[in-house]
Write a protein that binds this ligand. Sequence first.
Ligand code: GDP
Ligand code: MN
Length: 321
Amino acid sequence: LSHESLLNHPNLPDPAKPPAWQDTKRVKAAFVILTRNSELDALRKTIQQLEARFNHKFNYPYVFLNDVEFSPEFKDLTSGLTNAETHYGIIPKEHWSYPDWIDVEKADRLREKMGKDGVIYGDNLSYRHMCRFESGFFYKHPLMADYEYYWRVEPSVEFSCDLDYDPFLYMKENNKKYGWTISLIEFESTIPTLWNTVKAFIKEHPHLIPKNNLIDFISNDGGRNYNLCHFWSNFEIADLKFLRSPEYTAFFDYLDKSGGFFYERWGDAPVHSIAVGLFLNKSEVHFFNDVGYRHDPFMHCPVARELQKKCHCNAEDNFGK
Ligand code: GDP
Ligand code: MN
């Protein structure tokens, strides 16, 4: 080991070199991880797997976001796991608080009731801020400004297959806007008025809805009702242009104004998924079948023997087989 290599801190970009994303074929992309200081150990396990299965070959940067300051320990013990750049950001107050049109007493009352009714996270206010942030704000954070694609990661998730190609480049070269691994059915009690709000949005903004969309993924009756189907958004690889587009912006703002993130408990998964259904066509959406992925209680494991070669998951336990 040379002295020089000891002196070169691996997490600082070399000022003599152009930024890594300026290399040929490199995509301006990052992992984005919203998390709390208390989740450090769960997250370390996740990063270790992500590095071993993919990122030690590609060195895509990490953006960590938090509603409070990250601790020095958190920064040390996450940056130590990767050679890639690591960035730590605090979320602006206005992206993690009640907007002024929300009736806070009404929100408190309805939250308490949802808790008593046994709805999962029903009485939880920070969960609502989280869902609203993931729906409409993470991609507006200054640390995300230079990126074109993101891969969302959460503490505790596991990656069980080698990924030997660059999924960001795949997305870019194939004009994919949204990638997923697991899809499931939402709890209806968390979104009682979501679909009516979406229909009102469509009525007011018909020009924003392309003809050739994926409405049949989210509705079994041509748009009259939501079928509750959604991509599980704890894993997403997507094009930030999609979320930053005028149509997604109008869509999120409309939902946000209606108050459903607080009066009900709208999740970012149905919000993103409905937007995919309204604004994208089938060729723009990609199923990452080759990504072995677990977020409890479900796992995606590629079932085809050929794809299993570099995996350690049990295909018998694949969700939705
Ligand atoms: P679940 O997957 O729906 O059960 O929700 P999680 O508890 O996994 O939360 C989703 C993501 O948001 C995870 O990456 C969490 O670390 C993060 N998260 C949730 N609540 C908070 C919070 O209050 N503060 C911060 N900083 N992150 C949060
Ligand atoms: Mn989670």
